[in-house]
Design a protein around this ligand. Structure first.
Ligand SMILES: Cc1cc2nc3c(=O)[nH]c(=O)nc-3n(C[C@H](O)[C@H](O)[C@H](O)COP(=O)(O)O)c2cc1C
Length: 154
């Protein structure tokens, strides 16, 4: 992997916390990444990166963050492609809000960017509940696995 762009949406700040934690974790292993808000991204912003991570919480009974939802609806109509670029996704949610649509954002992001010709390269990270207690365990482990997987592939 050469470089990584992390594009996230958030309303309450939890997803930003996860994105920033992972960016710091990656940097400790020598992988520089840059973090952006997804809802202000232009498609061309993805070009400069060899790998991408997209992250969003779940709101509204199994939808993306409202700002990311608007962004997705706009780009869904456009003829744009990720040209087989490798990507992974992070979804946040809370089963206490909606047991039927828990952390749907991960699948929504995966489906959307696959339809746009991206290559999903790694198991989505799904964070149920507040991330702070999971940073040093589940989220850190996912970051380690992500590094291993992507470094193996070069
Ligand atoms: C109004 C509201 C609706 C929510 N709806 C869902 C939902 O449908 N499914 C789910 O898994 N989590 C749901 N959640 C939980 C959030 O996804 C979770 O709190 C997440 O960590 C928020 O991320 P953020 O701080 O980055 O915005 C909801 C939270 C709120 C406040």
């Amino acid at each position: 992997m050469n470089n990584l762009g992390i594009f996230y949406a958030t309303t309450g700040g939890n997803t930003r916390l996860v994105a920033q934690f992972l960016a710091e974790r990656f940097e400790k292993s020598g992988l520089k990444s840059e973090i952006f808000r997804l809802e202000t991204a232009k498609w061309a912003d993805f070009d400069q990166f060899s790998h991408l991570i997209f992250a969003s919480p779940t709101y509204g009974h199994g939808q993306l963050d409202p700002k990311a939802e608007i962004w997705k609806e706009k780009w869904e109509k456009m003829s744009v492609s990720l040209s087989k670029k490798p990507f992974s996704v992070i979804g946040l949610g809370n089963h206490k809000y909606d047991e039927d649509y828990t952390i749907e954002s991960a699948q929504i992001l995966a489906d959307f960017f696959q339809k746009k010709d991206g290559k999903l390269i790694f198991t989505p990270l799904k964070v149920d509940g507040h991330p702070i207690l999971q940073l040093k365990t589940k989220i850190n482990d996912w970051g380690n696995d992500f590094l291993q997987k992507t470094q193996k592939k070069g």
